[in-house]
Design a protein around this ligand. Structure first.
Ligand SMILES: [Zn+2]
Ligand SMILES: [Zn+2]
Length: 141
């Protein structure tokens, strides 16, 4: 077994493939309005890592980036998606451009099997019908 975990994933059409090497900093569920839009659903779930941990191994030229400027910080949050299938894969918060977020839904089955959320953002904007999301490391009540 290698010392650092390696995660791999791809977009829906398979044009873009990537790996993440080493443990992510956080596993984040976000309920902000932009994440609801980009997910087309209720929230996003991304792992956050350093940019050097992420390697785009196939199809980097097929990615396009949208700069979301509706952030609280006023600095854009860049979201990269596959131009062939529209799958959003990566994010860069311009408050700290050394960070990359990686959508856990795009990870392969083995890679996403054990990444329970360690943070929940924009809890106040959570859809009212959602049950409490268990956050790893949080004391159970
Ligand atoms: Zn694609
Ligand atoms: Zn968000």
């Amino acid at each position: 077994m290698s010392a650092s975990p390696k995660f791999q994933g791809s977009c829906m059409c398979g044009a873009v493939e990537y790996t993440v090497t080493g443990a992510p900093m956080m596993s984040v569920v976000c309920h902000c309005p932009s994440c609801q839009k980009v997910s087309g659903s209720t929230y996003t779930h991304n792992i956050w890592c350093h940019k050097d941990q992420l390697a785009i191994t196939k199809g980097a030229r097929g990615l396009k980036t949208f700069a979301d400027k509706t952030t609280d910080s006023g600095k854009p949050f860049e979201r990269s998606f596959c131009t062939a299938c529209g799958n959003t894969l990566f994010g860069t918060p311009m408050v700290d451009p050394s960070i990359r977020t990686v959508s856990t839904g795009s990870l392969d089955a083995a890679s996403k099997a054990n990444l329970p959320p360690t943070k929940e953002f924009y809890d106040h904007n959570k859809r009212a019908w959602l049950p409490k999301i268990p956050i790893a490391g949080e004391a159970k009540l």
